[in-house]
Structures are given as structure tokens and as C-alpha cells.
Ligand binder design. Structure first.
Ligand code: CP
Length: 333
């Protein structure tokens, strides 16, 4: 069964300008970004692609700047990707992990950030289990803040790299049908994808068991579907989400086997999909649970391409927020 729940487009102030100028010194989510802003990030990332293909993979855009990776949750892809992106733009990078820091002595997020800021940092990249932590930080520091994933709220650079990968493969997002499949309730990746894809004109389908749909799904600009087989044949991209066992309290489906039977992408289910469907996953993958290994490593998979594109997207984001901060510091003429 499917339920249509479209939300009207909001008026986007930046779209009114003929000559677009990026003005945000923080990237906290994709929900508030206009189409013009999203396209500007994607186009900026496109321009950074060639740096990674050079013999000397460096550009001077952030020379003399300091980026701190403030991670209160584990990460493989996002943390290393931000680190490498900052380093490719010639910034100095400070790595912070809650374990081994004064957070264990009770220091607050605000105090931690303000003390790091006192050392002269320019950009904080933060991952935190609490939704809204990056926003809170943006209210109490002068430097730029970039959200690297906050609770169940948003993971904007993951959303952007997913969208960049789809645009790279298809050219235009408008009219694309994208299914986000699995544990939507606990997924910040799903939320950033929903907002970004909707603003760029794609049609988003949320697929999963009712117990893994978020509260208020009917307020999102999506079509909700509980039967994967009903819609798989129409989709241009399948973004398979990880079942986040560490965030699920009580069991939300009868068994792992039952979940896989209904919602996993396996060879049998792939037969019903379009031949050129994009198979996506933000990682880390529960191989054999939401995605069969043969499909994850197969010809339709964009999973490693997404990781490669993540570096380019993060270079663009670091570059743009720093540029906006520099503009704001300029004395008025
Ligand atoms: N996709 C993603 O956020 O992966 P990490 O948790 O490894 O950063």
C-alpha cells in the first residue's frame, strides 16, 4: 500500500538572485537549502574533482586555516573524508575524540568547542548523537560549523554525496524516482536525502516496515510504501539503509530473516528492478541483511563511487563555508 504525502515547495530567498553568492558559514542540514544553493554545492564539488586526479593532490584554498574534526560518535568514512578534504585544501587538521578528552571529566560541548576555538580554529566538523548539537554549537562559537551527522536529524554531506553520485550517473535529478529502503526511523541519511532530492525535483519513496518509519512521515515530501516488490520496478535508484541495531531499543521486526525476506536487496529481487538501477548504500553495510554481497559488489553498485564523491563534496563544503565566513569578516564599504 502506498500513501502520497507531498509537501509544497517553500519560497527560497536565494533563488530570487540572478547572480548567486553563497552566504552560509554553517552547513547544518539540507532542509533549509534552496535549489540554487544545492546546485551551487554540487557544481563547486564538480570543480574540485580534478584535484584528486592530479599527481600532487593539493590546492591552496584553505592554507593557514585550521579544521577540527569533533567526533563524539564512531566513523570511518565521514571522519577520514573530512580529514582528507581539509588536507587537500592545505588546511591544518585537529582530530578530537570524546574518549581521552576532558569530556570524560564532565566538560560540556559548549566549553569544549570554545576552548578549541581559543586555539584559533576556523571550521568545526561535528558528529554527535544528539540531534541539534551542530545548531547549538553554531550559536556559541564564531567559527564555521559543519554537521557530520547529528542523532536521527541530518547528515548533510552524506545526502549531498548521494545526490552528487545520482547526478553524475543520470545528469539530472528532476523526475528521478529514488527509493530509500529500510530503517528510516533512525536514519539521518534518509532525512538529508529526502530534503535534497525533493528540492531538486526527484520523487522520493520511503520503503520499510511500519515500525521503522519515522513519526510524522506523512508530513514529509515522500510516498510511503510498505511493500518493496510493489515499487522496485519503477525506481531509478535504491538507497539501501543499514538497520541500526545500536539505536533500536525494542525489537521492531519479528526476526532478521523476516526483515531480509521482505526488504533486503538480493539477486532474486534485483530481477524486478530496472537494468540500470543505481544500488546505493551509505555504509557501513550489514552484508546479507539489507544487502546481499553479490549486489553490493555488483555492476549496479555505486557504493565506492559514493565514498570517492564524498571527498569532493566535503572539499566543496569546507571551501564554501570558509568563503562565506571571510565575506562576513570584511568591513562594510
Ligand atoms: N556513511 C557514514 O556516515 O559512514 P561513517 O559512519 O563511517 O562515517
Amino acid at each position: 500500500m502506498t500513501t502520497k504525502t507531498k509537501q509544497g515547495n517553500k519560497m527560497k530567498s536565494a533563488e530570487k538572485n540572478d547572480r548567486f553568492v553563497w552566504t552560509r558559514k554553517h552547513l547544518l542540514g539540507l532542509e533549509d537549502l534552496s535549489k540554487q544553493e544545492l546546485v551551487h554545492i554540487l557544481d563547486t564539488a564538480e570543480g574540485f574533482k580534478d584535484i584528486s586526479e592530479r599527481a600532487i593532490k593539493k590546492a591552496p584554498a584553505l592554507r593557514g586555516k585550521v579544521v577540527v574534526n569533533l567526533f563524539f560518535e564512531d566513523s570511518t568514512r565521514t571522519r577520514n573524508s573530512f580529514r582528507l578534504a581539509a588536507s587537500r585544501l592545505s588546511a591544518d587538521v585537529l582530530e578530537f575524540t570524546a574518549k581521552g578528552s576532558s569530556v570524560s571529566k564532565g566538560e560540556t560541548l559548549r566549553d569544549t568547542a570554545r576552548n578549541l576555538e581559543a586555539m584559533g580554529i576556523d571550521i568545526v566538523v561535528i558528529r554527535h548523537s544528539a540531534g541539534g548539537a551542530p545548531y547549538l554549537l553554531s550559536q556559541c562559537v564564531d567559527c564555521c560549523v559543519v554537521n557530520a551527522g547529528d542523532g536521527f536529524h541530518e547528515h548533510p554531506t552524506q545526502g549531498l554525496l548521494d545526490i552528487f553520485t545520482m547526478r553524475e550517473a543520470r545528469g539530472d535529478l528532476a523526475g528521478m524516482k529514488v527509493a530509500i529502503v529500510g530503517d528510516i526511523a533512525h536514519s539521518r541519511v534518509a532525512r538529508s536525502n529526502i530534503w535534497g532530492l525533493h528540492t531538486l525535483g526527484a520523487e522520493v519513496f520511503l520503503v520499510g516496515p511500519p515500525t521503522l518509519m519515522p513519526a510524522g512521515a506523512d508530513q514529509l515530501p515522500v510516498t510511503v510504501c510498505y511493500d518493496f516488490d510493489e515499487i522496485i520496478g519503477e525506481m531509478d535508484a535504491l538507497n539501501m539503509l543499514r538497520v541500526q541495531f545500536e539505536r533500536i531499543g525494542l525489537p521492531t521486526f519479528p526476526s532478521v530473516r523476516e526483515y531480509s525476506r521482505l526488504f533486503a536487496l538480493n539477486s532474486e529481487r534485483m530481477k524486478r528492478a530496472k537494468k540500470d538501477v543505481l544500488v546505493m548504500h551509505p555504509g557501513p553495510i550489514n552484508r546479507g541483511l539489507e544487502l546481499e554481497s553479490e549486489i553490493a559488489d555488483g555492476p549496479n553498485s555505486t557504493i565506492l563511487r559514493q565514498v570517492t564523491n564524498g571527498l569532493t563534496i566535503r572539499m566543496a563544503v569546507l571551501f564554501l563555508v570558509n568563503q562565506a565566513a571571510a565575506e562576513k569578516r570584511k568591513p562594510e564599504a
